[in-house]
Design a protein around this ligand. Structure first.
Ligand SMILES: *[C@@H]1O[C@H](CO)[C@@H](O)[C@H](O)[C@H]1NC(C)=O
Ligand SMILES: *[C@@H]1O[C@H](CO)[C@@H](O)[C@H](O)[C@H]1NC(C)=O
Ligand SMILES: *[C@@H]1O[C@H](CO)[C@@H](O)[C@H](O)[C@H]1NC(C)=O
Ligand SMILES: *[C@@H]1O[C@H](CO)[C@@H](O)[C@H](O)[C@H]1NC(C)=O
Ligand SMILES: *[C@@H]1O[C@H](CO)[C@@H](O)[C@H](O)[C@H]1NC(C)=O
Length: 449
């Protein structure tokens, strides 16, 4: 689940060639136009804060940009920095090599304001006051995310009214439902001027209900032609052991057994990366680390100079060891149960050996939600981009939509930028394959009082 740097060669409107100096590693010049609109730290407790970088919409559907919807992006891991998403997947500028940024035609802040949050506390540039402050469970993470959003809203009086969507990938498949159900619940108790205008959640290649998701690794790899029947039986035995450990609430052991599955699959298939079995080489990781640890990048991003950036925090991963195999399905059900139109989009790149389409389908069919029958019976439509190229498939019913993205793996927005951008814009704006979804959507935050 650790998220690695994705290929950035796909799109380059404009290559910004940056000067290097005699120091090593080469110093990246951070062009002014690639700087966040706002960035810094959002208080979550009296002693801790989360790092954020906000980019205003560059081409909103209606002006001013200050009324465009807002997207929050959360990386997975647990413990990986959302700046991976920013510079390697969907941000306004992607890192080409350790010194050069290139404008991303498929940026998610074309139509929407986009907020990258380093979450949980301890990830990326969100250094904790003390390691003991790193959350160990989803309720704490959810409370921190709500607090961070409230701090963000306090920065500008126009932010709060803008429709807000929580998005992310991988382990964010747990943070997002946990935060969404917490926010919707809090909205029923908060005065109108303190509610969060949450309108939907979008989860890419998510880990949400591990006990169901762990049961499809063998089939997926076998039917993709990557393992033989004997290897398939070995994976099934590991899957069964993982399920038994989850059923016995042996969370740490269950996590280790699941890791063994991924490790076994990597060993026997020889894939360059289990995040995208169609790739012939691993995703580069070092350029982003070098780039983000330069004084210039830190200054441009509004980061405290003493914080060392790591892709994924071992401390966060360790703190959440007992959380990994626990389920967030109940939180998705809580979100779906609210009849106020909070929309749910699940999307998956097809080449992911961790949590691809079959993995997500395995937990979706276990949802306790009255709309499930209609969703499962809904047609899966072929989805093409404007130029006619195949983007994937969309199945939806009511507030739930599932999009499968072709030519992509775990980090789908980085692997297939045009499809991911078309998807997020269509889903938020309810156009194209997403036209008419979420008919019950309200334009004001929930209120039970
Ligand atoms: C955030 O917390 C810091 C440190 O506790 C404090 O100095 C600052 O005033 C807080 N900012 C806001 C906007 O509350
Ligand atoms: C990075 O890419 C730019 C643009 O292609 C190139 O000019 C530059 O030499 C590269 N820098 C490194 C360190 O590879
Ligand atoms: C795994 O569990 C399934 C369902 O209980 C069972 O049908 C299958 O035989 C088991 N496979 C192995 C290899 O243990
Ligand atoms: C995968 O290969 C590595 C290195 O040979 C080995 O240490 C590890 O135990 C293997 N994992 C599994 C699950 O076979
Ligand atoms: C939806 O919002 C209305 C008021 O806006 C509130 O009365 C109702 O309880 C909410 N429903 C749910 C399921 O949250």
């Amino acid at each position: 689940m650790a998220l690695l740097l994705s290929r950035v060669a796909a799109v380059s409107l404009l290559v910004v060639v940056l000067t290097t100096t005699s120091t090593s590693p080469a110093v990246a010049q951070f062009p002014a136009r690639a700087r966040p609109t706002r960035s810094g730290y959002l208080n979550i407790t009296s002693t801790n804060s989360l790092y954020f970088a906000f980019y205003e919409a560059t081409n909103p559907v209606t002006t001013p940009a200050a009324s465009a919807p807002l997207l929050v992006w959360l990386q997975g891991g647990p413990g990986c920095s959302s700046l991976i998403g920013n510079f390697a997947e969907l941000g306004p500028y992607l890192l080409l090599n350790s010194t050069s940024l290139t404008r991303n035609r498929n940026r998610w802040n074309r139509r929407f304001g986009l907020i990258f949050l380093d979450n949980p506390l301890g990830a990326g540039f969100s250094a904790p006051n003390s390691d003991g402050d790193i959350p160990t469970d989803e309720p704490t993470i959810a409370a921190h995310l709500l607090a961070a959003l409230q701090s963000f809203m306090a920065l500008d009086p126009t932010f709060r009214a803008r429709p807000l969507f929580l998005t992310g990938e991988s382990y964010a498949g747990k943070y997002i439902p946990a935060a969404a159900s917490h926010i919707l619940d809090a909205n029923t108790k908060l005065p109108a001027d303190q509610r969060v205008n949450l309108q939907g959640v979008a989860i890419g290649n998510g880990m949400t209900h591990p006990v169901a998701q762990v049961t499809v690794h063998a089939d997926q790899a076998y039917f993709a032609g990557l393992i033989n029947a004997r290897q398939k039986a070995a994976v099934e035995a590991m899957q069964n052991r993982t399920v038994s450990l989850v059923d016995a609430s042996k969370w740490g052991e269950a996590r280790r057994e699941r890791n063994r599955i991924i490790s076994f699959l990597k060993n026997v298939t020889g894939v360059a990366t289990s995040f995208n079995y169609a790739r012939e080489r691993p995703y580069p990781t070092r350029p982003l680390r070098d780039f983000l640890n330069t004084d210039e990048a830190k200054a441009a991003l509004g980061v405290r100079g003493d914080v060392v950036w790591a892709r994924c925090s071992k401390a966060v991963s360790a703190a959440l060891a007992e959380d990994i195999m626990k389920s967030a399905k109940g939180d998705v059900e809580a979100v779906l149960a609210r009849r106020n139109g909070t929309r749910v989009l699940l999307f998956q790149g097809v080449f992911d050996l961790h949590s691809g389409p079959a993995s997500v389908a395995a937990w979706v069919r276990e949802l306790a939600w009255p709309g499930l029958g209609a969703f499962l019976a809904a047609e899966r439509a072929v989805w093409r981009l404007g130029g006619g190229q195949l983007a994937g498939y969309v199945q939806r019913s009511g507030v739930l939509a599932n999009a499968v993205i072709v030519g992509a793996g775990h980090m789908a927005p980085g692997d297939n930028g045009p499809a991911a951008q078309a998807m997020i814009e269509g889903w938020v704006l309810q156009t194209g394959p997403f036209a008419g979804s979420g008919a019950q959507q309200s334009t004001v935050p929930d209120c039970d009082s």
